[in-house]
Design a protein around this ligand. Structure first.
Ligand code: ASP
Length: 463
């Protein structure tokens, strides 16, 4: 069989950028900057490598599990301000978080003036985006002073369009111009300037995105993302005991795993570096010598996991709408009509396995919001099926790996493992890229399904 490979317009895609061979952009997450001790660790990491030139900090995160992130305190504080209530207690709690960091680092530095400005702007109702962004803004100022690096306000270099998407061209140009004469700089994460001139934030965890945008704009050789874990794990450690870590994963594999619930990096952080072919290294601030996980371009052929699969992830809370109609396959437009009803109701579909006379649509319950009766009535009106019913309580498990397409018997091993564990696979979907296999199981079988697939590919390979 001859397979023609066309990408987009059919032309071979080339990375348009010449990378700046040694420049690294480093982003530190909230837990890596939660207190003076963590901030010092981050600074030591930055200073240990002169190529770590542009630093993107988050706001101080949790110092212990019951702690509150500064970003959450800021949201809370602004909520009070917006209602016209007294917010001074929460604001001074925020102020003390920074004061503790500053004194713990033995710095001669004050953010008192900034706190005053924030208080005034809260009273003027600058909005919750502005409020939330101040966590990164203040942390950026403190870190810049501690490192002796210039501070670049993200509102001067990251720009959004009126529809809320990133204004890529304007942002890239501003970043390049501003950083051209700065060998080192600290650029706070999470926010930029909206089309209306007011501060606008990305969604939660968005400092990952800022780091990626900066790395893409300056054509970094590497984007290091420092967090509190040594990279991605093959499976969720709450389900599989001490899972192996993933050494190398491609952008696409990561997208598949993230979509199915594996979270370390913000979903949107892939795109700005992906187009420039810049790898991301997830590293642990508390264990800097650990190699972490390398996220590499899809063309990367080396270092395919010894386990054939790269990772397993999954999510609960899906439903299946099962439709049956004799001669369905010859009724032109049947599937389209069903999908139209879902689209008109703003519901996206996850998977759609079908046979000659039946089709199933798998839907995330979060999208349907309990509105099944109405949706079924509309489908019935539109396509008049012989039978139709909803099956609730479905979990999806994704087995992802670029090694799967070149290995015979992967599906057989997955289903043998499930059969052994007496788990019924209710749905099977293999993407055309052969990069992933998605299996639908009953929610009660979810954890066990992940464990037995992990065992057959990883535990068994180690024995
Ligand atoms: N501080 C923000 C949050 O808590 C953004 C970030 O940490 O990336 O979501």
């Amino acid at each position: 069989m001859v397979i023609k490979k066309l990408k987009g317009d059919g032309r071979v895609r080339k990375h348009s950028c010449v990378k700046n061979m040694s420049l690294k952009v480093v982003k530190f997450g909230g837990s890596s900057l939660a207190d003076a001790g963590q901030m010092k660790k981050a600074a030591d990491i930055i200073k240990a490598d002169p190529n770590r030139r542009y630093v993107v900090p988050s706001a101080p995160g949790k110092r212990f599990s019951e702690d509150t992130k500064v970003t959450d305190l800021l949201y809370k504080c602004y909520e009070l301000a917006d209602k016209g209530e007294n917010f001074s207690d929460v604001l001074s709690e925020i102020h003390s978080r920074y004061r503790e960091i500053i004194s713990g680092l033995e710095m001669d530095f004050s953010i008192d003036e900034d706190i005053k400005t924030i208080e005034e702007n809260f009273k003027k109702r600058f909005g919750s985006n502005y409020a939330a962004s101040r966590g990164e803004y203040l942390n950026g100022k403190v870190l810049a002073a501690y490192l002796g690096f210039p501070f670049v306000d993200a509102a001067d270099v990251i720009f959004f369009c009126a529809d809320g998407s990133l204004n890529k061209e304007k942002t890239a140009e501003a970043l390049r111009n501003t950083l051209a004469d700065k060998e080192y700089a600290v650029i706070p994460g999470f926010y930029g300037c909206g089309a209306d001139g007011y501060v606008k934030t990305f969604s939660r965890g968005g400092s990952d995105v800022t780091g990626s945008i900066v790395a893409g704009a300056v054509k970094a050789s590497l984007y290091e993302n420092w967090t509190d874990v040594s990279g991605f794990l093959v499976a969720d450690p709450r389900i599989v005991k001490d899972p192996e870590s993933i050494k190398t994963i491609t952008y696409t594999e990561l997208r598949e795993l993230s979509y199915m619930g594996a979270s370390v990096l913000h979903e949107d952080a892939i795109f700005p570096v992906r187009s420039a072919g810049i790898p991301i290294n997830i590293k642990n601030t508390n264990d800097p010598s650990a190699p972490g996980t390398m996220i590499v371009p899809d063309s990367h052929e080396e270092e395919i996991s010894a386990y054939t699969i790269t990772g397993i992830a999954g999510k609960k809370n899906f439903s299946a709408i099962n439709l049956h109609k004799d001669m369905m396959n010859s009724q032109i437009g049947f599937c389209r009509d069903v999908l139209d009803v879902l689209a008109e109701n703003g519901i996206c579909i996850e998977h759609m396995p079908s046979s000659i006379d039946s089709m199933t649509v798998i839907i995330d319950n979060a999208h349907i919001k309990g509105n099944y009766d109405e949706i079924l009535t509309q489908i019935r009106k539109r396509v008049n099926p012989d039978d139709m019913y909803v099956e609730d309580g479905i979990a999806l498990v994704a087995v992802v790996g670029r090694g799967m397409c070149r290995t015979r018997g992967v599906a057989a091993r997955i289903f043998a493992a499930l059969a052994h564990a007496r788990i019924n696979a209710k749905m099977i979907d293999q993407g055309s890229s052969e990069l992933n296999v998605i299996i639908g199981v009953n929610e009660e079988d979810f954890e066990q399904a992940i464990r037995c697939i992990y065992d057959i590919f990883v535990t068994a390979a180690k024995d």
